[in-house]
Unconditional design. Structure first.
Length: 119
């Protein structure tokens, strides 16, 4: 799962692809120049890396996703909890809760989520 790790710029570029797919690699190079001030070769390099990580495919110049944005962020979150908190979701929530007080609505939403996972 560690092959799904991306840098900030790569993650933003991936979001652009998810928002606009299917999209040509040429269009992505133009967007890379406009959004990030990248050269065409930089956009193609970032796209190649994202394809090598299994997020996207580039067939005949058309880029489409292999996994959804939601699946990517779910895997990325799982990996973060694994790497940082030894895989313990309660430890993650405890650490999160020490910096930010949860609202009653957030607590209710978490409780509903927990309840749905029990059955």
């Amino acid at each position: 799962m560690s092959d799904f790790k991306t840098g900030t710029a790569e993650a933003r570029f991936a979001d652009i692809i998810w928002d606009r797919e299917p999209i040509t690699s040429g269009q992505l190079a133009k967007i890379g120049a406009e959004e990030f001030n990248w050269k065409k070769s930089t956009s193609h390099t970032v796209l190649r890396r994202l394809c090598e990580r299994g997020l996207f495919q580039n067939k005949e110049g058309t880029v489409t996703s292999l996994i959804s944005r939601e699946e990517y962020y779910a895997r990325h979150s799982e990996q973060y909890v694994e790497d940082t908190f030894g895989g313990s979701l309660p430890a993650f929530l405890a650490a999160f809760g020490t910096r930010k007080r949860l609202s009653e609505q957030e607590i209710d939403e978490l409780q509903k989520l927990i309840d749905s996972m029990r059955g």
